[in-house]
Design a protein. Sequence first.
Length: 225
Amino acid sequence: MLGPKFSPEFGVDPNASYDSYRPPQPEVVEAMLGAWEDVVKKPSLVVIVVDSSGSMEGNKLPAVQSTLQNYISTLGPKDQIALIDFDEQIRPPVQVDGTPAGQERGIQFINSLRAEGGTRLYDSALYARDWLRQNRRPDTINAVLVLTDGDDSGSQISLDRLGQELQQSGFSTDERIAFFTVGYGREGEFNPSVLEQIAQLNGGYYAKGDPATIARLMADLQLEF
């Protein structure tokens, strides 16, 4: 039962009625989403660094490919990504957007990935930052997303040097380039502390490579962080 204060004496109307509204028609929802995309949502340019080294064989690379597939399918008209594939080599960016042609380029990139070679993780992260610096869009979310198992081999720079470089363009600077890292592999197979350190330097965060955390990270990248 309700307490004694739930009465007309205390301003409560026991016979109150409220208008109920039916769910909007699909075309109304579509128009609302379109208005959000066009007016409210901030555009983004995200550089995605994809580890295709030999250590990503087994279930890791297919998990990365699934992640990329889901992300590309959510791209809106204002969103652009640059996909950088690396092992012991760092390959030129493949630029993708929300258009059918842009998404097709992304699918071709995904299908071309093969797990082989070394892991120049630190060099690739810096390469991505430098590319984004040169192509950074004003009034846009600018970020780097690294998908890897976290084990560097063969980089010309150290983790400390990478940290020093990233601080020059971090989220506390005018450039505001954030880093997000995603680690693939079973617990104990790699040390996530490196990925956590890279992300925390630049206003982002580390996430484990599983569907729940990936979905949250991808959602965050669609908004202003």
